[in-house]
Design a protein around this ligand. Structure first.
Ligand SMILES: [Zn+2]
Length: 402
């Protein structure tokens, strides 16, 4: 591999030798470059020329033109080191550059340097709004230079002329979520049981929309049908999505409200805590393998918020250890009372830190005494997003060192 590249230094510079022989050599050369992975080529030093003298600098430009069916990309790229006759052009969709993979990587000869390509909407990229970034990549030292960035352009799928609801989901304890896309000029309306509940202003350009409705806040317990529709300027409506009829119980509403009252709800903490209302079992139960919670609403009467707080602490344990129960138990440490796991004392310590009073395990196994300093520290770790054995600085929920 390296010997082939070295032979490249004998190539005639542009303007000398015949174009035909130069092209032929380049083809051999290009094949050699193509056959090597980027990782390998990145390790191979360029012949003689060093980046310091600018010989390996990349140049180029790319223009992007919208067509009726897609986007046409035209441009060129080359490297100052004339010994190279092949470099890569990488095309990145949206904000993929520089941290994610290229949508397409093409080798183009440095002399001549033309590049032309057409991407088709619905095949090379999804309908909606996009930008493309073109980057020249030196295969020898992996250096990269942006040679063009497109304006934001948009394409409507003719099938979804009025927009599209791309996802609609309902999760306990009563989250209704959806997202979608609508073309410019449309208003988007959200309806519940046939009545308009919210209307988005006319969209100045095609754009995504998303919304979350919460049981007890956006709508009350009962059976409901949700609908999303687009409205033209003329007032003509087009239904984008109609849900099936769904029932939400009062118990679910109570749990949803308690979950909503958790700290950081809608931001980090309580968001996505899946809590089902039930009428059997303990006051609260958390599956430490999948972080799902069941709240026995009748049995939690009067102390619902604290039961939810306790299970919420288990959800944090579950999330931070991701099913590694042994590691979780090890970090929690031995329980001072063998009839109750340390995990439960720590969860009760968390209830106290969150302003709650009802702590079942402290009440029955420790005669209502306060949690230990260690347990409070462990609970604070969880609330701050750390595992229970973490010993660094704490942010929001500060507990003195024990
Ligand atoms: Zn528990």
């Amino acid at each position: 591999m390296s010997s082939i590249i070295a032979s490249g230094t004998t190539l005639s510079p542009p303007g000398r030798g015949s174009a035909g022989s130069r092209r032929r050599l380049c083809r051999v050369f290009a094949c050699a470059v193509v056959s090597a992975s980027l990782a390998v080529t990145a390790l191979i030093r360029p012949p003689r020329a060093s980046s310091a003298d600018g010989a390996n600098r990349l140049f180029g430009s790319m223009t992007f033109t919208k067509t009726t069916t897609g986007i046409s990309l035209r441009g060129h790229a080359y490297v100052a080191n004339k010994a190279f006759c092949g470099i890569y052009v990488q095309l990145f969709l949206d904000d993929a550059y520089p941290n994610k993979g290229a949508k397409e990587t093409a080798l183009i000869p440095a002399y001549p340097a033309q590049f032309a390509k057409t991407w088709t909407a619905g095949s090379h990229f999804s309908y909606g709004e996009h930008t493309i970034t073109a980057v020249a990549l030196n295969p020898y030292d992996a250096s990269r230079t942006v040679i063009g960035k497109s304006a934001r352009f948009s394409f409507n799928d003719p099938k979804y002329k009025w927009g599209k609801v791309t996802s609609f989901s309902v999760t306990d304890p009563g989250w209704v979520r959806w997202s979608g896309w609508a073309p410019a000029g449309m208003r988007v309306q959200y309806l519940i049981d046939g009545r308009v509940k919210e209307t988005l202003g006319a969209l100045s350009r095609p754009r995504q929309f998303e919304r979350t409705w919460i049981l007890g806040r956006s709508f009350a317990a009962g059976a409901h049908v949700f609908q999303i529709r687009a409205v033209e300027r003329s007032g003509k409506t087009h239904v984008l999505y109609t849900s099936k009829r769904m029932s939400f119980s009062r118990a679910s509403q109570a749990v949803a409200a308690a979950v909503y009252r958790l700290p950081g709800h809608g931001k980090v903490a309580g968001k996505d805590m899946v809590a089902h209302a039930t009428t059997s079992g303990a006051q609260g139960t958390t599956n430490l393998m999948n972080c799902q919670v069941w709240i026995n609403v009748p049995r939690s009467a009067g102390v619902l918020d604290d039961v939810v707080r306790h299970e919420y602490m288990h959800v944090l344990q579950c999330r931070l250890y991701q099913g590694q129960i042994k590691a979780m138990e090890a970090d929690a440490g031995p329980s001072p009372n063998p009839s109750v796991r340390s995990l439960d004392f720590i969860a009760d310590a968390g209830v106290r830190l969150l302003g709650g009073k009802y702590t079942y395990y402290l009440a029955v196994a420790r005669a209502g005494k306060a949690p230990t300093c260690r347990e409070r520290r462990q609970a604070a770790n969880l609330l701050n997003g750390h595992k229970m054995r973490f010993q660094g600085a704490l942010a929001k929920h500060n507990v003195a060192w024990c």
